[in-house]
Write a protein that binds this ligand. Structure first.
Ligand code: SF4
Length: 352
């Protein structure tokens, strides 16, 4: 710990530096995440995490920051907006069954890399001002309860869909954290502003928000298309529609997203027209094309098999055409058993 530092003043400076390096907001949380820990354990007990075993793997460390990074005394939480109003609206795409609806956060460069670079710049600014200090940065990459931390840091409140909401910026943003040994004074938690609204619960295509703040990941299209390594359960395939990577529906219907602000981040601009592209075009990508076109993109992490699996479901829900049926048949012989079963499902859908 640095002696003789005015930590109140340093906190103000850190917030200003966070804006200088490109974040839209920063706040400070203390390290008492016990309330979030109770919520996490009850969610895990209900098996709502599905195959996300990593959610259990680190035991208490998720809600004991000082166990994850010894000597942590406070956490700097930052917000980076990613939405671009020039894009074809996601809700327009979900009404066009032959188009691919891809979650808006995943259209450009991998956010982990963008956030990490900025967090590093922020730590450098702090170190330049006060000298070396203990810290570790996180970008959705370790057992960190980033929404609970951001809520405590005054960046917003956790909505009934379990995402963080900000009254001036909606919910289309990424969060990052710096665990630090600096005893920065914590900010005040923002109050809850969902009120009596239940729009996200009503409009979830697969009824994944089983109760306010309770998302059963096993029903959630984001989980089914990204985290899930196996087949997509048949009961959810029609409801998936053309959502082939993630799902933004609960955010689209949220009234707070009328306050969304455009990102200034060029790195988040869509690559390969992913913001408005046909399912068929994506389905015809070879594995080599998939690997080269998704280089540096978060989409790459799901791998080609899951990509084809998701697209086969999307095509099964599309408006049938000779071209689509032929493309599905063309892949039958070379597809893995899992993808083959999804293609067969799609062909059956299109023939009825
Ligand atoms: S849709 Fe309504 S209930 Fe859901 S997060 Fe937004 S304000 Fe809260």
């Amino acid at each position: 710990m640095q002696q003789n530092l005015d930590y109140q003043q340093l906190k103000k400076q850190i917030k200003a530096w966070a804006l200088e390096v490109g974040f839209q907001q920063a706040g400070i949380s203390d390290i008492d995440l016990s309330e979030a820990g109770v919520y996490l354990n009850s969610w895990l007990e209900k098996n709502y995490h599905g195959q996300m075993e990593y959610m259990q793997r680190h035991g208490d460390k998720r809600y004991h920051p000082e166990q994850l990074v010894p000597d942590t005394l406070s956490i700097i939480s930052v917000r980076l907006d990613y939405m671009q109003s020039k894009l074809t609206p996601y809700e327009t795409l979900t009404k066009q069954p032959n188009k691919a609806a891809i979650s808006r956060y995943a259209l450009g460069r991998d956010y982990h890399k963008v956030l990490r670079k900025k967090l590093k710049k922020l730590t450098e600014k702090i170190a330049t001002a006060i000298g070396p200090f203990g810290h570790r940065v996180f970008t959705d990459s370790a057992p960190v309860m980033e929404k609970a931390i951001a809520e405590k840091a005054g960046l917003g409140w956790i909505g009934k869909h379990s995402n963080l909401l900000n009254s001036k910026a909606g919910s289309y943003f990424f969060l990052g954290e710096i665990y630090t040994d600096l005893p920065l004074p914590p900010d005040r938690k923002q109050s809850f502003h969902c009120g009596s609204c239940t729009q996200c619960i009503q409009d979830c295509p697969t009824d994944a928000i089983v109760a306010p703040f309770q998302v059963d990941a096993r029903r959630c299209i984001s989980y089914l298309t990204i985290e899930n390594k196996g087949p997509i359960p048949i009961e959810f395939r029609q409801a998936m529609g053309n959502r082939i990577y993630g799902c933004d529906d609960c955010q689209v219907v949220c009234p707070w997203n009328k306050f969304t602000q455009d990102t200034q981040e060029q790195d988040f601009s869509p690559r390969h027209q992913l913001d408005d592209i046909d399912l068929l075009t994506l389905f015809t990508w070879t594995e080599d094309e998939f690997l080269s076109k998704t280089e540096g993109s978060p989409i790459r992490r799901i791998g080609y098999q899951a990509w084809q699996r998701n697209l086969a479901v999307g095509l099964g829900n599309a408006k049938s055409s000779e071209e689509i049926i032929q493309a599905l048949k063309d892949k039958l012989n070379t597809a893995s058993p899992m993808v083959k079963e999804h293609i067969q499902w799609a062909l059956k859908q299109l023939s009825t």
